[in-house]
Design a protein around this ligand. Structure first.
Ligand code: FPP
Length: 221
């Protein structure tokens, strides 16, 4: 969800105003995903590296996460959206973790679409924590015998399908430590549009482009 800061700067506004406007884009994309029957929509809201931003921005972002979750609760319930947070939750405040737990529990019934908020997440962190978890749970022999497909269950995304499409806004052409393991065969879509300007029409355009892709998974068709 890149470009919130630049969107705000272009209007002479504080960066946080860009993030606030960015939440509107998240809502528009949730509605678009529900409309299209998309089962999983993930947003990369805060990376492990984002903790290194200026303290005021980190505090403002955490506050915004908390407020937005509470504000969007009705949108989630009305649209049968299950809300999930994945990432290094040990770094989040007790208060935020409590709100997340409450929201995850309340929305985990009769859902059609799952919204995953990646918070304090990084792909390398995920792979490392998965490796440690697997080693702690398995005998040395079973750990050594582990196959590629067995590894998925130790990642924080266990049980969730790998993404079909990854959209990155604002003209950045990087993965920035997002779902490194899970995006091995994901289709990438890059756009110059800044995240606060990425709404339903832009989302549908990305889906149309995805529909034109030919996915071969390294095979010959
Ligand atoms: C990247 O733009 C955006 C973020 C680091 C934060 C995005 C978070 C939200 C929109 C909150 C979503 C929360 C909920 C609960 C729906 P940037 O700051 O890197 O912008 P720049 O690249 O222009 O500097």
């Amino acid at each position: 969800m890149d470009g919130n800061g630049r969107w705000a700067k272009a209007r002479g506004l504080d960066r946080v105003k860009g993030h606030i406007e960015g939440v509107e884009s998240v809502r528009a994309c949730i509605e678009a995903a529900v409309e299209k029957g998309i089962e999983y929509l993930s947003v990369y809201a805060f990376s492990e590296e984002n903790w290194n931003r200026p303290q005021e921005e980190v505090i403002a972002l955490m506050e915004l996460m908390m407020q937005s979750m509470k504000n969007e609760f009705r949108t989630f319930m009305d649209n049968h959206v299950r809300f999930m947070v994945l990432g290094n939750r040990a770094r989040l405040s007790e208060n935020l973790n409590r709100t997340i737990d409450e929201m995850m529990e309340a929305t985990s019934v009769e859902y059609k679409t799952t919204l995953i908020l990646f918070l304090s997440y990084s792909g390398k962190w995920d792979i490392l924590q998965a490796m440690k978890k697997a080693q702690a749970q398995l005998s040395p022999e079973a750990f050594q015998a582990m196959e590629l497909a067995d590894f998925d269950q130790y990642l924080v995304t266990a049980g969730i399908p790998d993404p079909d499409l990854l959209i990155r806004t604002s003209g950045e052409l990087r993965i920035s430590n997002y779902l490194l393991w899970q995006t091995a065969y994901t289709e990438f879509y890059f756009t110059d549009i800044l995240w606060p300007d990425f709404r339903k029409p832009q989302f549908f355009e990305a889906l149309e482009e995805y529909a034109r892709r030919d996915r071969r998974y390294g095979k010959v068709k």
